[in-house]
Design a protein around this ligand. Structure first.
Ligand code: FMN
Length: 319
C-alpha cells in the first residue's frame, strides 16, 4: 500500500508520515528508523545542544533525515542551523517563534523549510515568507504549542488558506495522529501528510526509558493537560503564550494553577524534579505526550508503526 501525495513527491519519500522533532527523544536511531521505513525522520534540535546535534548527524546517512529547531532557542545559538545545513538535511523544521531570520539561509542551501504553526494568523505569516510547508498543530498534540485550536478545524482552514494564496505550499497535520484512522483523517481534511510525535515516542527506537513507556501505556488522553509548570521548574524561557501538553501527575496536580507559588519556591521544587528525573519517578518527572496516548497499547518498532498506519489508512480511505 502506498499513498502518493504532494509531500511524498516533493520530499522523495514513500509514505506521507513525518517524525516530529521531539528534542532528545527524536535522536539518530528514531529518525533513521522512520526514514528507513519510508517516512521522513527529523532529528530534534530542540533547545540546542551542539555536541548532541553533531553526534546525531554523524550517526545517520547524509541526506536521509531532517532536523527541527525551537526557533526562539535557535536565536541564542544561530550557528546550530549552519551545523545542520552543512550536513545536507532532507528538511529543516522550525517551530515556536518567528522563522523570518532563517528563511533565506535555508532557501539558499536548497533545503525544504517546514514551519509549525498553531493558528491561521501564524500560517498566513509563514506563507508570506514563502516557506515550503506548514505543519498545522492542534492543541491535542504532545509538547508545546499555543493550545488554542484543534487539529480537526485548524487543518482544513489552513488548507483553504493555502489553496487561496499559496497553492504550491505543502501542509502537514500535527496533533492527534496516532494510527491509520488519524492519518486518513489528516489526508481527508486537506493535509498532504501527518507529523507524528506521541505515537513515535512509544516505539523501541525512541530515546525514552522503559519506565516512561510503561507509564505512557497506562495513560488515557484524559490524563494529559496543557501546563507551564515544567517550563518554570526547568527555567526554560518560553514565550508566555506557549504551554505544553504533558501527563498529569502529582507534581502537575500540585502546581498547575499555582504557577506564581512554584516560581517563588523554585529551589526546592527543582531539587525534587531533578531527583525524580534521575530516579525515573514519573509521579514528579515530566512525561510529554499528547491526547493520542490513550490510543496506544504497545511499544512497537517505528517501522511497524509506519506500516500499520499506512495499511489502516488505506483500508479506511478505500472502504
Ligand atoms: C515528547 C515530545 C517532545 C516534543 N518536542 C518538540 C520539539 O522539540 N520541537 C517541536 O517543534 N515540537 C516538539 N513536539 C511537538 C511535535 O512537533 C508535534 O507537533 C506533536 O508531537 C504532534 O502531536 P502528537 O504528539 O499528537 O503526535 C514534541 C512533542 C512530544 C510528544
Amino acid at each position: 500500500m502506498e499513498f502518493r501525495t504532494r509531500l511524498t513527491e516533493a520530499l522523495d519519500i514513500k509514505h506521507p508520515i513525518v517524525l516530529a522533532p521531539m528534542d532528545y527523544v527524536s535522536d539518530a536511531s528514531l529518525a533513521a528508523a522512520v526514514s528507513g521505513a519510508g517516512g521522513l525522520g527529523l532529528i530534534g534540535g530542540g533547545y540546542g545542544d551542539r555536541e548532541w546535534l553533531i553526534e546525531q548527524f554523524d550517526r545517520v546517512k547524509p541526506g536521509s533525515v531532517g532536523c527541527g529547531f525551537i526557533t526562539w532557542a535557535l536565536g541564542k545559538q544561530p550557528e546550530l542551523l549552519d551545523i545542520a545545513l552543512e550536513r545536507g538535511p532532507k528538511a529543516i523544521f522550525l517551530s515556536f517563534g518567528d522563522p523570518s531570520p532563517y528563511v533565506e539561509k535555508v532557501r539558499d542551501a536548497g533545503v525544504p523549510l517546514i514551519c509549525q504553526v498553531h493558528n491561521v494568523e501564524q500560517a498566513r505569516r509563514a506563507l508570506d515568507l514563502g516557506v515550503d510547508a506548514l505543519s498545522a498543530q492542534g492543541a491535542e498534540a504532545g509538547g508545546h504549542g499555543l493550545g488554542t485550536r484543534s487539529t480537526f478545524t485548524l487543518v482544513p482552514e489552513v488548507a483553504d488558506l493555502i489553496s487561496s494564496i499559496s497553492p504550491q505550499t505543502l501542509l502537514l497535520a500535527a496533533g492527534g495522529v496516532g494510527d491509520g484512522r488519524g492519518l486518513a483523517a489528516a489526508l481527508a481534511l486537506g493535509a498532504d501528510g501527518a507529523l507524528v510525535g506521541t505515537r513515535f515516542y512509544a516505539t523501541n527506537e525512541a530515546a525514552i526509558s522503559r519506565q516512561a513507556h510503561a507509564t505512557a501505556l497506562r495513560a488515557s488522553g484524559d490524563d494529559t493537560v496543557r501546563s507551564s509548570v515544567y517550563d518554570i521548574v526547568r527555567e526554560k524561557a518560553w514565550p508566555t503564550e506557549y504551554n505544553g501538553r504533558v501527563l498529569r501527575n502529582d507534581f502537575v496536580s500540585r502546581w498547575h494553577g499555582h504557577e506564581p507559588s512554584l516560581a517563588a519556591t523554585l529551589g526546592g521544587a527543582q531539587e525534587e524534579f531533578k531527583s525524580a528525573v534521575d530516579n525515573q519517578d514519573y509521579t514528579i518527572a515530566n512525561l510529554i505526550v499528547g491526547e493520542v496516548v490513550g490510543q496506544i497499547n504497545r511499544i512497537l518498532p517505528a517501522a511497524q508503526v509506519v506500516d500499520q498506519m499506512i495499511k489502516e489508512a488505506g483500508t479506511r480511505l478505500t472502504a
